[in-house]
Design a protein around this ligand. Structure first.
Ligand code: KMT
Length: 183
């Protein structure tokens, strides 16, 4: 399916409720996929049951230079120090490289900042493939289902280092702003 296929995303409140809850504003305020594209997010819907043979995934990997892949499985009984790790994923950060995740099972929330510094919550589900651009502030949490299985892709040797906000002087942050921010 095409880039810009439908994706559930909405602005969230900053209540202290459990991070696994949807945190909708009242009334709910959804974010169109076009807005996500304008922030630099890439999204495809692919066939996760057949990902090893999927021609579209093969094409994306070749075009974007994704040479590495592995699988993460996150659930309370699968991840050591689950609650602490979940809190860590949820600290606002960026990476020097793209974060590419193809959801093979389950679901979770990727929160990303827009240029007005508001959080947008993206509900990534089975078959969604997302690219969070280098230098974009974001965080991750499981949702109430408390399970996600994702293929992680990378260009070359993988580096998952989180750079916690603020990172105003980080070259990837500066590049992100220069490329994507429109006044
Ligand atoms: C990671 O690297 O493990 C993450 O980004 C957590 C979310 S992956 C579904």
């Amino acid at each position: 399916m095409a880039v810009n296929a439908q994706l559930d995303a909405w602005y969230i409140n900053d209540s202290e409720e459990d991070q696994r809850l949807p945190h909708h504003l009242e009334p709910k305020l959804y974010v169109p996929v076009q807005k996500l594209a304008e922030l630099g997010l890439a999204h495809w819907v692919l066939d996760s049951n057949n990902y090893e043979h999927d021609m579209e995934l093969r094409k994306i990997r070749a075009e974007r230079g994704y040479t590495y892949q592995d699988i993460v499985d996150i659930a309370p009984d699968l991840l050591p120090n689950y609650e602490a790790n979940l809190k860590n994923f949820y600290k606002e950060h960026m990476h020097a490289d793209e974060e590419i995740r193809f959801i093979l099972a389950g679901s979770g929330y990727f929160d990303v900042r827009d240029f007005d510094d508001r959080w947008i919550r993206i509900w990534a589900k089975k078959n969604d493939m997302l690219v969070v651009p280098a230098g974009m502030y974001h965080r991750f949490t499981l949702d109430e289902s408390e399970y996600i299985k994702a293929l992680r892709l990378f260009k070359g040797y993988p580096v998952w280092t989180p750079h916690y906000r603020p990172q105003d002087e980080h070259p990837s942050r500066k590049d992100y702003i220069t490329f994507w921010k429109r006044q």
